[in-house]
Design a binder for this molecule. Structure first.
Ligand SMILES: [Zn+2]
Length: 359
């Protein structure tokens, strides 16, 4: 019995000494296992109790329990001491920067396919020397129609179902019908010519326009990109070369263009521009079947264009006897639909993330 008590005494002293010297929590855990663990020193002493006489066991058991309690409380005390020291060290060290960005990347949004298409179109023309211009969406009748050669009794007005702003809403400041939501981006042509004063004028104008229209291919609000180039010696050849270069840049290097005579009041002559179908490569057939995008024609209508009408130049303050120019306009929705293979224009405005995430 005396030897067991001596062992407990020396275990108690070793534990007190080593625990006091422990420098971190990992070292403390190792000491707990060494002294109190199942295969630890205290267990080894207790296993020796089997050899004792029955009346000696309670005495040794009592001492062993006291030693266990003592070691446990020494460990607790040491853990508190070390945690306190660690906190002190952190407070004394460099401060934690709570504004630092998290390590896990947060899900980020991206540009709407229409924004992407409009920016891509503008970027192509920027490389050709065009600057981006803009104008008001609530426009005067004069800029939207009159200055573009579309007087009040002109049949072309019927083709654009216009949202007029009521006189009452304007506090009687304008004649009824003289203010409207612009039906096209063309009024920016007049505004740009007047602002720049004299050629050269080379502008591209992406923007929202409004018409009273709603179905699978029409929305009451949609987007156009207008372009205008005015200078000395500008000819139809410049128009063709510019739009052919644009078509190749936007739809791909092999893209062909074709010009069909057409009528727009603000140009003379005017032309619709088709590009070879980007889906079937212009063959009209895709995988042995009829190409639905170009309806088997091999061509896609993409924009309207023409040489600026002399009267429109005059309305913009430019002398038509010295300068000539060309203009063109296209629908951004249509350009995006053709590029990304989208068949319903309304998808652009429904904000369904399952649709938008594909771009
Ligand atoms: Zn096709």
């Amino acid at each position: 019995m005396a030897s067991l008590l001596a062992q407990l005494e020396s275990l108690s002293q070793a534990a007190a000494r080593d625990i006091a010297a422990a420098s971190d929590e990992k070292a403390l855990e190792e000491l707990r296992v060494r002294f109190l663990g199942k295969k630890g020193e205290l267990s080894a002493v207790l296993r020796g109790m089997g050899a004792l006489a029955a009346e000696e066991r309670p005495k040794v058991g009592e001492v062993a329990n006291r030693v266990r309690d003592q070691v446990e409380s020494l460990l607790d005390g040491a853990r508190e001491r070390l945690a306190g020291a660690r906190l002190e060290a952190e407070l004394a060290g460099p401060p934690i920067d709570v504004t630092l960005a998290g390590r896990r990347p947060l899900p980020r949004g991206h540009r709407h396919p229409l924004t992407r298409a409009a920016e891509e179109i503008a970027a192509i023309f920027a490389r050709l020397g065009y600057e981006v211009a803009s104008g008001p969406e609530i426009e005067l009748d004069w800029y939207n129609f009159e200055a573009l050669n579309i007087p009040a009794d002109h049949p072309a007005r019927d083709m654009q179902d216009t949202f007029y702003v009521e006189e009452a809403a304007l506090g009687g400041a304008h004649r009824s019908g003289s203010v409207l939501l612009r039906t096209h981006t063309s009024p920016v042509q007049i505004r740009a010519m007047k602002r720049l004063g004299k050629p050269p004028v080379r502008i591209i104008c992406p923007g929202r326009v409004y018409r009273s229209d709603y179905d699978q291919t029409h929305s009451p609000m949609f987007h156009q990109v207008e372009g205008l180039c005015v200078d000395e010696h500008i000819t139809f050849a410049d128009l063709k070369g510019t739009l052919a270069a644009f078509a190749r840049a936007y739809f791909g290097p092999g893209t062909r263009t074709r010009f069909r005579p057409s009528y727009f009041p603000f140009v003379e002559p005017g032309a619709e521009v088709d590009v070879s179908c980007s889906i079937c490569g212009g063959s009209g057939r895709k995988d042995g079947k009829r190409c639905g995008t170009c309806k088997e024609t091999g061509w896609l209508e993409v924009l309207g264009s023409g040489m600026v009408h002399p009267r429109v130049l005059e309305n913009g303050g430019i002398d038509p006897s010295r300068y000539t120019g060309f203009a063109f306009g296209m629908g951004v929705e249509r350009m995006a639909m053709l590029k990304y293979g989208i068949d319903d224009l309304r998808l652009f405005f429904e904000n369904d993330l399952r649709f938008l995430r594909q771009f």
